[in-house]
Design a protein around this ligand. Structure first.
Ligand code: ZN
Length: 216
């Protein structure tokens, strides 16, 4: 499906969804210092051809302006005339979409996700045992154990992509960047939001649990 075949209504729906999520996450303080980025895919998915709307680089996400989003292709290049630049981390969105065919990807920096990614960096994943909210990922086992992958954080974003390719696990809808933040995704914006909220709850839980136990 080419970008021209995607209807105006589909594009407007994606922008409306982004606006709603952005406002909610901004109210939680999840975009400190213009950090974080959000995207919603539009049209049919083919790993070789897909499109998504993504937050423009460097904008204050606590306000709504005509310069908040742009549409890009599977390489993260703008598909409409615009002076806006896609978020610097767009290539990570491209790779997650390519691998998962997800409908939305949300990325936020929080203190808990940053601290926990460094605390467990030596094992390259965050171990989580039996926390109820694991069920938010559609994992229903009693006392389920999951490992949330952590990848390196480089200033040069293209350098991060191969690690995402290698470490992403389809059953875990999220990946941490070391001392940076989380990418969470889902089949649609509602599911991506549910997953992100579950991850953030789990990171705070694990942080407090480790602190209480004074252990590693
Ligand atoms: Zn970031």
């Amino acid at each position: 499906m080419t970008f021209e075949q995607i209807t105006t209504e589909q594009k407007q729906k994606a922008l409306a969804d982004l606006r709603e999520v952005k406002e909610l996450f901004a109210s939680r303080g999840w975009f400190p210092g213009t950090s974080g980025n959000l995207s919603v895919r539009v049209g049919d998915f083919d790993p070789e051809q897909f499109h998504f709307a993504i937050t423009a680089s460097g904008k204050d996400k606590t306000v709504h302006t005509p310069e908040d989003y742009l549409f890009v292709d599977k390489e993260g290049k703008a598909v409409e005339a615009t002076k806006l630049k896609p978020s610097a981390e767009t290539l990570i969105h491209c790779e997650i979409y390519r691998q998962t065919g997800a409908g939305a990807i949300f990325h936020v920096h929080t203190v808990f996700n940053s601290v926990i990614s460094e605390w467990f960096w030596d094992r390259k994943s965050v171990p989580v045992d039996g926390v109820e909210l694991i069920k938010a990922f559609n994992i229903w086992d009693e006392e389920a154990h999951i490992d949330i992958p952590i990848v390196s954080n480089f200033a040069n974003i293209p350098q991060i992509v191969p690690e995402v390719t290698e470490r992403l696990q389809p059953e875990i809808p999220g990946i941490l960047l070391r001392k940076h933040g989380i990418y969470a995704w889902g089949a649609n914006p509602f599911e991506a939001k549910r997953h992100l909220e579950a991850f953030e709850f789990i990171f705070e839980y694990v942080y407090r649990w480790e602190l209480l136990n004074g252990r590693k």
